[in-house]
Design a protein around this ligand. Structure first.
Ligand code: APR
Length: 261
């Protein structure tokens, strides 16, 4: 990935200061993450540069309709993503988030990422809103889900061990509803002092609505993203740049700040 140079102008420095101030006073912190958090680990994002696989967009493949039409094509895409992710390691953004997840009185990490890099960084209070690429489920919905970390994937979907129908990735596709328990946990986590949205294009709902819900409930809201997003104009602070650098900078200053407050 091309390194992006941060421009530490006055506004940027004041925004960082404000986030640190708020973190020092916060008891309940919620962090929503998207594909941008894993970009520095080498996991391709869905939108923007490198977001396409062959000529397909995520919206063309990550749907029940696409799987019904051509299970092998969708399977092949997930096989390609698995092979990439298998060699990826958590980066500085995952590590900072993992440390914070254990450091506040209550911290929730809501991720749209299916790569499990937050879990591998030992993140506490993690809600995987869109599931995991390392799990499979029965396509016909008999209720079976199971862990399957094989790389490479078999060339076509295996069979459900319970009912014999096709298996599918246990991820939430466009047009599908999130696990109700995860959605409840996400909305509960909007009751917080500080809500950080990191590395997400903020266009896929319901995740994209959470920052607004948190703001409505009185949270201080901040965004860290390479580009500006539909959320940028609505948060208290929007920092543009690589999450792995900005979070590391905030963490270094926050973690060395005196706590006698
Ligand atoms: N640091 C911060 N932000 C980054 C970085 C980085 N190093 N690299 C990329 N980004 C930003 C991009 O500018 C973009 O705004 O991360 C965002 C990634 O956006 P998407 O690819 O749309 O990913 P995400 O928001 O997670 O997508 C949501 O859509 O396709 C579905 O289910 C899939 O969970 C996914 C959902």
């Amino acid at each position: 990935m091309k390194p992006v140079r941060l421009q530490p102008d006055t506004t940027y420095c004041m925004d960082i200061d404000q986030i640190i101030e708020k973190l020092l006073d916060a008891r309940r912190v919620t962090i929503l993450t998207g594909a941008g958090v894993s970009a520095a680990s080498g996991v391709p994002t869905f939108r923007g540069q490198g977001g396409l696989w062959r000529q397909y967009r995520a919206e063309d493949l990550a749907t029940p309709g696409a799987f019904a039409r051509d299970p092998s094509l969708v399977w092949e895409w997930y096989g390609w993503r698995r092979e990439l992710i298998a060699s990826c390691r958590p980066n500085a953004a995952h590590e900072v988030i993992a440390r914070w997840s254990r450091g506040f009185e209550r911290c929730r990490v809501l991720t749209q990422n299916v790569d499990d890099l937050h879990a591998r960084a030992d993140t506490a209070g993690l809600v995987r809103l869109h599931g995991s690429i390392w799990e499979l489920a029965c396509w016909r919905g008999c209720g079976a889900t199971w862990r399957d970390e094989s790389v490479p994937l078999a060339s076509s979907p295996p069979r459900c061990p319970r009912c014999g129908n096709l298996a599918r990735p246990a991820v939430v596709w466009f047009g599908e509803t999130l696990n109700p328990a995860d959605l409840d946990a996400a909305f509960d986590a909007c009751a917080c002092d500080m809500f950080l949205t990191v590395g997400t294009s903020a266009i896929v709902h319901p995740a994209a609505g959470l920052v607004h819900e948190a703001r409505r409930r009185g949270a201080f809201t901040a965004e860290i993203n390479l580009d500006s997003t539909p959320a940028s104009a609505h948060v208290d602070v929007a920092l543009q740049g690589p999450a792995e650098q900005i979070l590391a900078e905030i963490a270094a200053r926050y973690e060395s700040s005196p706590r006698d407050r």
